[in-house]
Design a binder for this molecule. Sequence first.
Ligand code: AHM
Ligand code: MG
Length: 336
Amino acid sequence: MPDKIITIERHIVEQQRAYPEATGVLSSLLYDVALAAKIIARETTRAGLVEILGLAGKINVQGEEQMKLDIFANEMIIRMNSYTGRLAVMASEEMENIITVPEEYEAGKYVAVFDPLDGSSNIDVNVSIGTIIGIYHRLSTKGPGTLEDCLQKGRQLAAACYVIYGASTMMVYTTGNGVHGFTLDCSIGEFLLSHPNIRVPAKPKYYSVNHGHEQNWSPGVKQFTRWLQGLDQETARKPLSSRYIGSSVADFHRNLLKGGIFYYPADAKRPQGKLRLLYEAIPLAFINEHAGGYASDGHCNILDIQPESLHQRTPLFVGNRELVEQAEKFISRYDK
Ligand code: AHM
Ligand code: MG
């Protein structure tokens, strides 16, 4: 038995003490997220029982079919955050436009951008899925939040977190003061600190990419992958093992704990990549950087990219700094 049991609520409050000027709003906001995550986790694990699985028959703004659980998670996060007075505006991967707080409620000083249920192709087959959230300070000074409030560089994030609904449910968050992981104890309904101060291990173990797209990759991405496999003639290295789930949260989470790189590059069929800058790449890049790693679009730091539209896509390379920098080198050398 651990000598100290730390709930997420207590941890968030203790973290707040590191910022004497803090008003407690961000702490409450993170706690709201934890509560929404618990409800989504409950529905995720009951999914088979309550026949919530399957396509809802709607097409989302990305032109993809939405699953019922996506809709549930999206609505839950919006509902849990509309009336609190903490948020001015939200943007969701599942919604075409920004979501302003209803007029009857006070607009707060924060902005939330989120992918309510990432990896939805895995829902039907009982494989890990997740929620990703980025939290910014609003830029506008009054009234309802704006599109510009949502289109901020990752560098400006106040906090980021993800929840993984896997063999157990975990929430991992940072407010820029270390990355901390909590495991949901379903018997008491609390997230308990299980992974304090996560750091990307110095020695990487895995590389994670969808090899099914290899024929469309650029020469730089192909050569980088051969390097990871220990097949590059010039710089032979010990090969990494390959692991790929197809849920960004799960692929990212494994490599954060074990060391490695997860990448979804641009390719001939997807010249912008597949993942969304705002909802997936930026929050994961922020968490990763605060755990000692690095994230790039193949050319520059993801956190330095100015988002131009809500559903902008980006190539993503995220994980151990050494590996991500190597990806940049191969791309600049082979992809002229
Ligand atoms: P989603 O947000 O619609 O679930 O799509 C994003 C997911 C990521 O979680 C994952 O990294 C990627 O799509 C997998 O794509 P692919 O099936 O091409 O490997
Ligand atoms: Mg997604």
